[in-house]
Design a protein around this ligand. Structure first.
Ligand code: M6R
Length: 361
């Protein structure tokens, strides 16, 4: 059942600290700054030289996040929409690892992309929530995110657990491919182990409900971010449009001036995702939209004074490294989408025209 919540989506949003604990359980050795993945002992990816991710929707956003992490640490990585990969069939470099990201493990587009990779001889791995799913059976390897069942059509806790799982897998990949831990290794593993309680605090302190009320009836809702904040902006917009049916778009903050800025008015609130990276540039983008009259809601660590001063409104989370900040910012945006949709009386767990698992191409 819904365990006292009005919707599965809200229940699943609040389950994130527990889901995260399950995701990371036994997988982090904080004493030795090491990652322990039973299926992938050290050396599992020694021959890998690059990574291609294939995924759809929310899982694609988790893949963009993971590709960002790997690239920062010297492992060439690219995220593809599985439906585009499947139709364009790009060349796969020798020794590339093709990683599918799929909550269900049944998404037809993602399966097609993985089957193409397999057919041309690439090693495939799926990061999934469902043991025994088609993707798990067909890929060379599988990593389970252990988030528990997700009923709401809108993916919430599985995004969070995917990003956490991909960080752990990423750490193993970085060590095997480059021969050394990433320079963020200790910080990343430490922030991951603190993440369940940090996410709990984010949930406990959230003012997303009041914020949704404040901006009820706006013309459109925009989401901007840079670096790891970019996939969070995309995901914030997807969640918002999917369950509220309001116009919501996510942009790379640097792209605003190349077109989207024409849409910005006093009736288009802009959610700006701050991860602690690229803060000055983000603040310039904030000023850019504020000067067109748009109210800016910064989603930001609670100690970031300058951002708090410049923003019209804030949604905060405990101060943390960029990787963990993006996850917590996403949790805030999940709540904003939920409360906006609830105010509009939408059927949150079963939005129109959408299915939990998209098994057709
Ligand atoms: O099961 P998958 O992760 O492969 O599903 C991919 C998308 O259909 C899915 O993430 C979809 O975008 C979400 N329901 C959005 O909330």
């Amino acid at each position: 059942g819904k365990g006292g919540y009005d919707h599965y989506m809200l229940k699943e949003i609040y389950e994130q600290p527990t889901a995260l604990r399950q995701t990371i359980r036994g997988r982090i050795d904080t004493l030795n700054d090491d990652v322990i993945l039973d299926s992938f002992p050290p050396g599992s990816f020694d021959e890998v030289t690059s990574v291609q991710f294939v995924a759809c929707g929310t899982s694609y956003h988790a893949a963009v996040y993971a590709a960002g992490l790997l690239n920062e640490s010297g492992v060439p990585a690219q995220a593809y929409l599985a439906n585009e990969y499947g139709v364009s069939e790009p060349p796969i470099p020798e020794n590339a690892l093709v990683v599918g990201v799929s909550q269900s493990g049944e998404t037809a587009d993602t399966l097609e992309a993985l089957r193409y990779a397999d057919a041309v001889g690439a090693r495939t791995l799926v990061v999934t929530n469902v043991v025994g799913s088609t993707a798990a059976r067909e890929c060379t390897d599988a990593m389970y995110i252990r988030a528990g069942p997700e009923i709401g059509v809108a993916a919430t806790k599985t995004f969070t657990s995917q990003v956490a799982s991909l960080a752990l897998l990423g750490e193993r990949l970085i060590r095997d491919v480059t021969g050394t831990p990433s320079r963020f290794s200790a910080e990343l593993l430490d922030s991951l182990s603190r993440l369940p309680s940090d996410v709990q605090q984010t949930l406990d302190d959230s003012t997303a409900d009041e914020l949704a009320e404040l901006f009820d009836g706006s013309d459109a809702y925009f989401f901007i971010g840079r670096g790891l904040g970019y996939p969070v902006a995309l995901e914030g917009a997807l969640k918002f449009k999917e369950i509220s049916y309001e116009h919501a778009e996510g942009f790379a903050a640097g792209e605003l001036k190349h077109g989207p800025l024409a849409l910005v008015t006093p009736d288009t609130p802009v959610f700006a995702v701050f991860t602690g990276q690229h803060t000055e540039k983000m603040l310039n983008n904030v000023k850019e939209v504020q000067s067109r009259g748009a109210p800016v809601i910064a989603v930001v660590g609670d100690e970031s004074e300058e951002v708090h001063r410049v923003a019209d409104e804030v949604l905060t989370f405990p101060e943390a490294p960029a990787y963990a900040s993006g996850i917590m910012a996403n949790v805030q945006l999940q709540l904003v989408a939920y409360h906006a949709a609830r105010r509009l009386g939408r059927p949150i767990d079963k939005p129109r025209n959408l299915a939990k698992s998209v098994t057709v191409e």
